[in-house]
Design a protein around this ligand. Structure first.
Ligand code: FAD
Length: 380
């Protein structure tokens, strides 16, 4: 007969992999189906910032309990993952500096710092001089900065690699180069999935296919779309002062990695699944980098790429049940999927194994779209 798993996960990005690993730890039999290689979607494009606090904006603080919860889980998640897999994930705890380069930018940054203070976030105001003491490579016109010490970083590609190893070591079935073409249905219920060659039955199907998630469920309008981002990596030069913190300006972020790369990201573009790196996109990134870090124009270009954030109607993730028995989803992580991986794995593993979610994750179900969520689930 056909193979059966307690849980079958569609998508081997950071979200599918993290959920799979946690489900194995809870004693389930688990398979992950990835149509390319693990981590080849948005995960590969991510800078790897675990930024819950630097980017807080007025009105966006609904997400804060979730991002802070996940940030709090990350260090142990990384430590355990590294121990189990033997792969370093380049966890860097220096924190994030948000810098201001003009009077107006200083005003706006003070506003953000005040908001952080009201929300109880750890954030230190630095004068331009203090900012340059910490990061000597910054241009002299940096006239103020905040240091968000909680916002650490990892190398997202290494995390995907480590998760895949940990998953297989723990007994998971990892199918790469295996595209899921449809979900198996019996009555209104999802009972498994079909790849280009096989059908598998599953107690639960977990849809974690990133920006491609909506393609697979007929009758369910998952409000997720691809939001394109272009990034560039430069090779840091030993003759220039290397950055140690992640540095943000109003336009870009720059993240120094353990392998000597400096990632500069990222554009935000409504372009569907257009994979091209454009002159305008790269020019904007490099121009903004040079504005804060003199000498970037001398650095060698290591790589340019594009990725598709899985972005929902309200920019927040969609976690859990969608009104179809046998199916749960974990997508819509937008620009925070690396940060939110540990809390997502916790949410979905407790939903699947214990039958419920707790904590801040309960606010991020499909049902929050209210009346719309009924209209979005049709014809079942
Ligand atoms: P993906 O990584 O896209 O994984 C989905 C997987 O599903 C893919 O591998 C795909 O091949 C597979 N798939 C799709 N359809 C099928 C199918 N039918 N059958 C089998 N497999 C299928 N987040 C942060 O937290 N910090 C950052 O610093 C950060 N920087 C970013 C920078 C850029 C430029 C971009 C684009 C995103 C960034 N993000 C960041 C967001 C983060 O990358 C995403 O939120 C996260 O990777 C989403 O993970 P995922 O597993 O849901 O999706």
């Amino acid at each position: 007969g056909e193979a059966r798993f307690d849980a079958a996960i569609v998508g081997g990005g950071i979200i599918g992999l993290s959920i799979g690993w946690k489900l194995l730890q809870r004693g389930l039999s688990v398979a992950i189906f990835e149509r390319d290689q693990v981590g080849s979607g948005a995960t590969r494009a991510a800078t790897g910032m675990l930024a819950a606090t630097a980017e807080v904006e007025p009105g966006e603080d609904d997400l804060l309990p979730l991002t802070l919860a996940s940030q709090g889980l990350w260090r142990d998640f990384a430590t355990e993952l590294e121990a189990v897999s033997g792969v370093s994930v380049d966890y860097r705890p220096e924190g994030t500096m948000v810098v201001a380069l003009s009077r107006d930018e200083v005003d706006r940054l003070r506003f953000r710092h005040d908001l952080q203070m009201r929300l109880g976030i750890k954030s230190v105001w630095l004068s331009g001089t203090l900012a340059r003491e910490r990061e000597p490579g910054l241009r002299p016109n940096v006239s103020g900065a905040i240091w968000c010490e909680q916002d650490h970083q990892v190398d997202a590609r290494l995390v995907a690699k480590a998760l895949a190893k940990a998953f297989v070591k723990a007994g998971g079935a990892l199918f790469e180069n295996t595209k899921v073409v449809s979900l198996e249905r019996q009555g209104g219920k999802v009972t498994g999935l079909t790849t280009e060659t096989e059908t598998y039955s599953a107690g639960t199907v977990v849809l974690a296919a990133g920006a491609w998630s909506p393609e697979l469920v007929q009758g369910l309008e998952l409000p997720v779309r691809p939001l394109k981002g272009q990034s560039i990596a430069l090779r840091m030069d030993p003759r220039m002062p290397a950055l140690t913190h992640i540095v943000w300006t109003e336009q870009i972020h720059m993240a120094p990695k353990g392998d000597g790369r400096l990632i500069i990201g990222a554009t935000v573009e409504e372009r569907g699944f257009d994979k091209s790196n454009t002159a305008g996109g790269l020019f904007a990134l490099l121009e903004a980098a040079r504005r804060v870090l003199p000498g970037t124009e001398e650095l060698a270009v290591d790589e340019i790429w594009t990725g598709f954030r899985p972005t929902s109607l309200d920019d927040a993730p969609i976690l859990g049940e969608v009104g179809i028995e046998g199916l749960v989803v974990a997508t819509g992580h937008h620009r925070n999927g690396i940060l939110l991986a540990p809390v997502t794995a916790r949410a979905l593993s407790s939903l699947i194994v214990d039958g419920r979610m707790d904590g801040p994750e309960t606010a991020f179900t499909f049902q929050r779209f209210g009346k719309n969520s009924d209209r979005l689930t049709q014809g079942l």
